[in-house]
Design a protein around this ligand. Structure first.
Ligand code: ADP
Length: 370
């Protein structure tokens, strides 16, 4: 009987529980044994009761729970070969050679590295006497499939990551609440949302709430952004609008790569000097409410459909198949080469960090149109 394990790693995101439930139940449905690795790579390295076989009923109720019920962690040991060696040993001892990982690009990069090293890890386990040749013999190939769990929608090659629509919905709901008080008092609010390298949440929240101005990392404002923003706000106010909402992503920059802080924006909106807007302005940092809470229907659906596909993909994988991840493109659940998507994602991040903003935008445009 094939033994398939599922794990959540990196930052949690709504919909990860749908993935775990779908993988466990699909594996059992297809005649395999299903395992959960608790606490991400930490569980793989520590082993023991962090690697558990799961029954059909044990994932009952998972769809309507936020976060990840099997835990996630950052694991320093897995960055180093000795940590991965122990992880390989724990997998063989549990009879597992198929792993489905739901996480961000870091977790998925680690997974690909682990798969690449697998034969040499087994050799080392035998040569150092930790396992016998007979013990490792049935586990010559490690099959790994990735699923992208991230609220930022920051992986290239997929239209949506598991969790991004839940975070976007939460932001919209929070902005609606804030707008009620903004309107009542005729105030301005600067709302900081998550997104260090990727402005998807800020941009789409701006569209969905009709914000006055949005700052994102990929498209920094020009040198005269002070004047531009104030002119827009002034124009909207002249139409009789009683509220002002400015959304700023955590990683928003100006063209020189200087961070645009909510305080800077607030000072501008509140400026009482001659010609200033003199708006009563508050800052709200949404923080972890964006990440927590239950998943919206879309993320439950995405986690479930992709979880099912991931089990099929690990069962069909051969030693020659490239490590894949499950994407959604134009509403179709598809398998794609993992490392190509990770490399494309890194190019965007590097371009943003190197202040090559036109390049970053064109790379994102490629992603949107592919
Ligand atoms: P995310 O998956 O959300 O991008 P991280 O980058 O923190 O989050 O990665 C989560 C975990 O994945 C790390 O704590 C580490 O255990 C593992 N990991 C990440 N990158 C690598 C890598 N290059 N090599 C090995 N393991 C990695």
């Amino acid at each position: 009987k094939k033994k398939i394990a599922v794990m959540t790693s990196g930052g949690d995101s709504p919909g990860m529980n749908a993935v775990v439930r779908a993988v466990v139940r699909t594996a059992i449905h297809l005649g395999c044994d299903a395992f959960c690795v608790y606490e991400g790579y930490e569980g793989l390295v520590k082993g023991g009761d962090l690697i558990r076989q799961m029954g059909w009923a044990e994932v009952r109720g998972y769809l309507s729970e936020g976060g990840t019920l099997i835990g996630t962690a950052r694991c320093m040991a897995f960055y180093e070969r000795p940590g991965r060696l122990t992880a390989a040993k724990n997998m063989v001892l549990n009879g597992i050679d198929a792993l489905i990982i739901c996480g961000g690009d870091g977790s998925l990069t680690g997974a690909d590295k682990f798969r690449g090293e697998w034969p040499s890890l087994l050799e080392e386990l035998v040569s150092t006497g930790q396992l016998t040749a007979d013990q490792v013999k049935p586990y010559q190939h490690l099959n790994i499939v990735g699923l992208v769990g991230s609220i930022d929608n920051d992986l290239s090659g997929t239209d949506a990551t598991i969790g991004c629509y839940s975070a976007l919905s939460r932001i919209c709901e929070m902005v609606d609440y804030i707008e009620a008080t903004a309107s009542s008092h005729s105030r301005a609010f600067v709302i900081e949302v998550m997104g260090r390298h990727c402005g998807w949440l800020a941009l789409l929240a701006g569209v969905a709430t009709g914000a006055d101005f949005v700052f994102i990392p990929e498209r920094p404002v020009s040198e005269c952004w002070h004047e531009e923003m104030c002119a827009v706000v002034k124009r909207h106010r002249s139409f009789g609008k009683r509220k002002t909402i400015v959304i700023v992503a955590e990683g928003a920059n100006d063209k020189d790569g200087n961070k645009i802080s909510p305080e800077q924006i607030k000072d501008l909106l509140a400026d009482k000097s001659e010609g200033g807007l003199a708006l009563d302005t508050r800052i709200t940092t949404l923080g972890h409410v964006q990440r927590g809470g239950t998943a919206v229907a879309y993320d439950r659906m995405l986690g479930t459909l992709q979880g099912v596909e991931a089990v099929k993909a690990v069962l069909e994988a051969t030693p020659e198949t490239e490590t894949c991840f499950i994407a959604i493109n134009e509403n179709k659940i598809v398998r794609k080469p993992l490392m190509k998507a990770v490399a494309e994602t890194k190019s965007v991040v590097q371009a943003v960090e190197a202040k090559q903003f036109d390049k970053a935008m064109s790379l994102r445009d490629t992603e949107f149109s592919d």
